[in-house]
Design a protein around this ligand. Structure first.
Ligand code: ASP
Length: 410
């Protein structure tokens, strides 16, 4: 009898559970250092491989997506629908984050920590206009070497649009992009096939080393953020996929699961891109649309980050003895939406951008020091939510463009 190979999602699921079990054993057996020295490095190798393909994947999949959309009008139409979905869902995410944070805060569930000890060296934040200027690259190669993904997206849009506009004369460039993208897809498939190793080793390390913090005083703040993440995933994403694209919520989560688990353990939307693409295509998104929506989403659509920033802001304000007014909450919604757009799809980036929200409210950024130790735990959930939103968007936009979903069999 022929032996059936386990599917990749099943392998990733098993790796996740095995990682948690091994992590718990190491945590209680006092072997946390072992996971750090001998398991995490394998996860690091895997994440390095992902990072190394992220710039070419985003660049070529985005240009290829634009080229396969065929004409600039269609690019514009897909583009505005995608951005509208991202903006609306992010604003809703902020409201959800604020509602749960205020419930927890009102019920005195958040701990009051001593802010005098908090130190955090924030990156200089030059204001909105400098963020806007920073999106436009002055040196393309520098954007690539710095993996500045917002700039990479801008480069992809300019090149994709120009190749289309050049018509017949741009054919060589078009062929080069198509050929490069085909090669990169093969490379991506190979790296993704290694993902169970990355998931297992990272999970074991996180559980073994951060167990103490989970049990510590921040558990309820974490819980609040996770309730927000889960509510948003169910109410906004699976229901919008159902309402606009007719996808059953259970099927949605089942097929999005590999990307969600992968994001949860890698804490990088950009690195998860290849897996998100597989999930979206499995769910039946049109390939040219998902090739456009997903890289853009992995760079600017961060609803998990927005929820985290709202919860963290209410919590840190309460530590400072400040109760936010309605006006200040509106400021939180606006700044957290913008901050999440500016957040790179890399580990820990959302916490750095939290500076922007705190600065707008006059809360000292030093207070971030109170939550920095457990940021990875917040980050796992927010990244998981971030990629789920990108997948849901690619389904909705496929439908809004008049296409039909062509799901692959599980
Ligand atoms: N790690 C998140 C992501 O890649 C960004 C964040 O830190 O919020 O989506």
């Amino acid at each position: 009898m022929e032996k059936k190979k386990l599917s990749l999602p099943a392998q990733i699921g098993i790796a996740l559970v095995a990682g948690i079990v091994v992590g718990l054993i190491c945590y209680f057996g006092g072997l946390a250092d072992f996971t750090k020295s001998y398991l995490k490095p394998f996860g690091d190798i895997f994440v390095n491989l992902l990072k190394f393909i992220v710039v070419p994947v985003v660049l070529f999949s985005m240009i290829d997506g634009i080229l396969s959309l065929g004409d600039l009008r269609k690019v514009g139409s897909v583009g505005w629908k995608t951005v509208a979905y991202f903006m609306v869902t992010t604003a809703v995410a902020c409201v959800i984050g604020l509602v749960f944070a205020n419930i927890f805060n009102g019920a005195h569930l958040f701990p009051v920590l001593d802010v005098s000890q908090a130190t955090y060296e924030a990156k200089e934040f030059g204001g909105f206009m400098s963020v806007l200027v920073g999106i436009f690259p002055s040196n393309m190669w520098k954007s690539f070497t710095d993996a500045n993904m917002l700039q990479v997206i801008v480069i992809a849009i300019f090149f994709g649009g120009s190749i289309l506009a050049a018509g017949e004369k741009g054919k060589l460039c078009r062929d080069i992009v198509t050929s490069f993208y085909a090669v990169i897809e093969r490379l991506m498939a190979f790296v993704i096939s290694l993902s169970p190793i990355g998931v297992f080793t990272y999970m074991a390390w996180v559980v073994a080393t951060q167990g103490a913090e989970i049990l510590g005083s921040l558990a309820l703040v974490l819980l609040c953020a996770y309730i927000g993440y889960i509510v948003h995933a169910i109410v906004v994403y699976s229901l919008s996929a159902k309402a606009f694209a007719g996808v059953n919520p259970l099927t949605f989560f089942k097929k999005a699961a590999p990307a969600m688990i992968f994001a949860f353990t890698s804490t990088s939307s950009a690195a998860t891109l290849p897996v998100s693409k597989e999930s979206a295509d499995d769910l039946g998104a049109e390939e040219d649309i998902s090739a456009f929506v997903l890289p853009l989403g992995a760079t600017i659509n961060m609803d998990g980050t927005a929820i985290y920033q709202c919860v963290a802001t209410v919590f840190l304000a309460s530590c400072a003895g400040i109760n936010l007014t309605i006006g200040q909450m509106v400021t939180v919604v606006v700044t957290a939406t913008l901050a999440s757009i500016g957040t790179a799809g890399t580990p820990g980036a959302g916490m750095i951008m939290l500076t922007m929200v705190l600065t707008a409210l006059g809360i000292p950024v030093d207070y971030i020091g109170l939550i920095v130790a457990v940021d990875r735990l917040f980050d796992m959930g927010r990244t998981c939510l971030n990629v789920t939103g990108d997948i849901s968007c690619s389904l909705c936009v496929t439908k809004w463009q008049g296409g039909e979903l062509k799901p692959k069999k599980l």
